[in-house]
Design a protein around this ligand. Structure first.
Ligand SMILES: *[C@@H]1O[C@H](CO)[C@@H](O)[C@H](O)[C@H]1NC(C)=O
Length: 176
């Protein structure tokens, strides 16, 4: 009898702890930002490299199974010399048999003063040859703990000679 009422009060205490934790999460905040990925897909210092497939230097984005690894500087402005706010580090894998979809698995690793040490995880199917691609923001760390939202990607500049393009990304994330 004593032991079962002890168990009961222990469970009650546990329930109170769980509830108070939930309360401490606080209000959801929405953060939106427009970022620019500075993408060098060739040249002497590439920030995007192809891991599988053709070895003749040509990218085969449309070939099923092709894996790319990236570490793009992410800036606040279109211009590559504008302030860097993050790096976009991760992988892209062409995941549709017909080559139309690229599976995105990247972390936005923030480097600016406001968000340094925080990350956002972007993951999902990107219709890579569409003008605007939308991919889910599945989580985050630091200031973006439990974050979720979505990100659009639009290639707004491409220079084939320099193997350079700029991708505009609008990120909207709900977080605590
Ligand atoms: C992204 O945001 C910029 C700046 O607000 C806007 O001009 C652009 O149309 C947006 N892109 C998309 C795909 O919504």
């Amino acid at each position: 009898m004593a032991s079962s009422s002890f168990k009961l009060s222990f469970l009650l205490l546990l329930a109170i702890f769980i509830c108070s934790n939930a309360v401490e999460l606080g209000q959801l905040k929405e953060t939106s930002m427009t970022l620019y990925f500075q993408d060098w897909f060739g040249g002497p210092n590439p920030t995007l490299i192809q891991i599988t497939g053709r070895s003749d230097g040509f990218m085969s984005y449309e070939k099923f199974g092709t894996v790319f690894v990236t570490d793009d500087p992410v800036t606040i402005g279109f211009d590559g010399s504008s302030a860097q706010v993050a790096r976009a580090q991760g992988m892209y894998v062409t995941s549709a048999l017909d080559g139309s979809i690229s599976h995105v698995m990247i972390s936005l690793v923030f480097t600016n003063e406001e968000y340094k040490g925080s990350t956002l995880q972007i993951q999902g199917a990107s219709p890579q040859f569409e003008r605007v691609r939308e991919v889910a923001v599945v989580s985050g760390t630091g200031k973006f703990r439990l974050g979720r939202g979505h990100a659009t990607f639009e290639t707004i500049h491409i220079d084939v000679e320099k193997s350079y393009c700029v991708i505009q990304s609008n990120v909207t994330v709900l977080h605590y």
